[in-house]
Design a binder for this molecule. Structure first.
Ligand SMILES: [Zn+2]
Length: 124
């Protein structure tokens, strides 16, 4: 699978891991390479880096299986990610309450976000 940037790779990996209830970290994480590792010690690793001098980024290591349990409160579900999901709802309804956003994310994705994450949506 090809990506046009590391940012695109990270967005895809983050969405997949959040929707599957997994928490990951990116190490190393720079402009030409990123490794998505499971929060646990062993298991899931996906490494993507730039191919030579081209502008293509490819997955070079893929160990997709997780040996951990699913998480309900996922730290990867940041305010930017929630803002991206709820952008249309936020645009159409200026009076939406933070608890409505939190309930909507739980209902649609099965993920609990904190009040702080919902509150930070004003900054996005
Ligand atoms: Zn895992």
């Amino acid at each position: 699978m090809d990506f046009s940037s590391i940012h695109e790779f990270k967005e895809a990996i983050l969405e997949h891991s959040i929707l599957n209830g997994r928490q990951i970290v990116f190490r190393p994480n720079d402009r030409v390479r990123a490794r998505a590792k499971c929060n646990q010690k062993f298991g899931h690793v996906i490494f993507c880096s730039k191919v030579g001098r081209s502008e293509i980024y490819k997955i070079k290591t893929c160990r997709p299986k997780h040996h951990c349990g699913k998480v309900f409160k996922n730290k990867n579900a940041s305010s930017e990610w929630v803002a991206m999901l709820s952008a249309e709802k936020l645009r159409s309804n200026n009076d939406i309450k933070l608890t409505q956003i939190m309930d909507d994310v739980i209902f649609r994705y099965g993920i609990a976000i904190s009040l702080v994450v919902a509150w930070k949506l004003d900054d996005c």
